[in-house]
Design a protein around this ligand. Structure first.
Ligand code: MSP
Length: 534
């Protein structure tokens, strides 16, 4: 039997449903969507998973405060906010996992049963601090001195509040057995944790030695009961992490579609996570998988935080901005573009309306938008809306062809590094070059004489062919605007759907046939009201 062809599998964290999404959550989902759309345009099979983390104390308390049962709470938020936000940001995920779904619950119970059978689970008692915000058992080294009302206490570094003191009889996972196997794995494969700062953090945590950790909670009700001790539920992180395999058919009946999916996607290619949950993904999770006899992830990539006033944007601190607030004004394409372009993936960054407006105007409306409207309008005016055949070309056009080849290669390489800003920057450089070409060639002057009509045809063909390639390269980032541009330059009619175009062949020159209908259409990036006024 042939081995099943591997699909490129990407995940986002599953988000806590204690509240509605903010742009920090949308940020990770957008990155996952851009990455997977890009890989689809390489012709690869892709699986993009996102979802929600519904169990645990944090969600349970939010429901109590809201005066409803946890199930009612999560159902309402998932349906009214978490699923719709994916449409808002224009994400094309292949599946959406909820940890209250039967497929997840059954497989989590089975997974831990296996790990227990393999000898990695035992009973003991836990006494120590627990941060409900992080849903994490804390070590003294994780805590920092409090300020303000918590002056004099040790607080959680992320949530700024003192953790709660727990004392429970729990089941423990023998994490300590995995210190050396993980060190060996990461020493042999530094790319498994990225960027380098995340790798270093994980290695120093591992070199400090791992201690065993509670894998169940006795005082929590809202969770998945252990199959061998129904009085305890699986610790929320050791329930949530498993979504990455329960959603793709781990534990499914052999020879079913689900079992085939698991074979096709596991081990996962990239887990995208915020840097605050790196340890769970790069230490606990691979250890759990090894304990169950499964392959660890190929890569965990920890991105930075969106900051507000220098601190992580968060629901707990009431600094979360709803994605709709930005998207209603700028549109989903500009949202996707801005966050992938303005913040280096792996580093922290701040959102500001001013910066976003400035980039929207200079890079999208004036940069690309203007180029498209000028080119399509000139084909309309000088060639009655039919793309002219390319006339004789000179070294100027040859330079453009070479630059395009380089742009495709370099942008593709950036995506392999998850350097979204770099990939966008490559395309932008190309766009600027084409804008400069139009300015220098002055097609409106060439149009004044019959003798220079051949040169005019070359200029307009060159610009439209360049736009064709730009549409392919920018489609993963701005699918709506690029779809529109693709139609406007006549490419849909001539070449088929944009999402079927391959990144690698984007630089093959001469794909748009002469004679296709080009029209100006509506503006790709319309001028906007001053954000002050919204
Ligand atoms: N439920 C856990 C994850 C379980 S994964 C098995 C959790 N949820 S969360 O809702 O608190 O946050 C999840 C992710 O949202 C973060 O890892 C990060 O990807 C994203 N972000 C949340 N706030 C963010 C910022 N302020 N900035 C950037 N990303 C942020 O942790």
């Amino acid at each position: 039997m042939n081995p099943v062809a591997k699909s490129f599998y990407v995940t986002t964290p599953i988000y806590y449903v204690n509240d509605a999404p903010h742009i920090g959550h949308a940020y990770t989902s957008t990155a996952g969507d851009v990455l997977t759309r890009w890989h689809r345009q390489r012709g690869e099979k892709v699986w993009f998973l996102t979802g929600v983390d519904e169990h645990g104390t944090k969600v349970e308390r939010a429901a109590v405060q809201g005066g409803v049962t946890p199930q009612e709470w999560v159902d309402a938020l998932v349906n009214d906010s978490w699923k719709p936000v994916l449409e808002t940001i224009d994400a094309k995920n292949d599946d959406f996992i909820r940890t209250t779904e039967a497929r997840h619950v059954e497989r989590v119970r089975k997974f831990w049963e296996n790990v227990k059978e393999n000898g990695y689970v035992y009973s003991d008692s836990y006494e120590g601090p627990y941060c409900v915000g992080c849903e994490e058992f804390k070590f003294p080294a994780d805590l920092v001195p409090g300020t303000g009302e918590f002056e004099g206490s040790q607080v959680c570094a992320v949530h700024g509040r003192p953790p709660e003191e727990l004392s429970e009889d729990n089941w423990f996972f023998k994490l300590s057995d995995f210190t050396q196997p993980l060190i060996d794995r990461y020493e042999a494969n530094p790319n498994a944790v990225r960027p380098a700062s995340a790798y270093n953090e994980v290695m120093s945590f591992l070199r400090g030695g791992l201690v065993d950790i509670s894998m169940s909670r006795s005082s929590v009700k809202w969770g998945i009961p252990l199959s061998w001790d129904e009085s305890q539920v699986v610790y929320v992180w050791f329930d949530a992490l498993l979504n990455y395999i329960t959603a793709v058919g781990y534990g499914a009946e052999p020879a079913t579609t689900e079992a085939e999916l698991f074979e096709r996607v596991w081990p996962v290619d990239v887990h995208l996570v915020g840097k605050d949950i790196l340890r769970f993904h790069a230490v606990y999770w691979p250890a759990m998988l090894m304990a169950a006899g499964l392959e660890p992830p190929k890569q965990v990539f920890a991105h930075g935080w969106l900051l507000v006033g220098g601190e992580k944007m968060s629901k707990t601190k009431l600094t979360g901005i709803a994605p709709e607030l930005i998207i209603d004004h700028f549109g989903s394409d500009a949202f996707r573009y801005y966050f992938m372009r303005a913040i280096a993936f792996g580093q922290d960054g701040s959102f500001s309306w001013e910066d976003m407006s400035a980039r929207y105007t200079s890079e999208l409306a004036n940069g690309l938008g203007n180029l498209v409207s000028r080119a399509t309008a000139m084909v309309g005016k000088y060639f009655e809306g039919q793309l002219p055949a390319e006339g004789p070309i000179s070294h100027v056009e040859k330079t453009i062809h070479a630059l395009l080849t380089k742009t495709v290669v370099d942008a593709n390489a950036c995506i392999d590094e998850l350097d979204f800003a770099g990939a966008i920057g490559q395309v932008r450089t190309f766009i600027e070059h084409i804008n400069g070409y139009v300015t220098e060639q002055e097609p409106w002057v060439l149009a004044k004489s019959e003798e220079t009509y051949g040169a005019l045809a070359t200029v307009l063909y060159t610009v439209c062919e360049s736009l064709r390639a730009i549409a392919v390269l920018y489609n993963p980032v701005m699918p709506k605007a690029m779809g529109l541009m693709w139609s406007n330059i006549g490419a849909r009619e001539a070449l088929g759907e944009l999402c079927d175009q391959r990144v690698e062949s984007a630089s093959t020159w001469g794909q748009l046939p002469a004679g296709v209908r080009v029209h100006k259409g509506e503006s790709l990036f319309p001028r906007l009201e001053d954000p002050e006024s919204i």
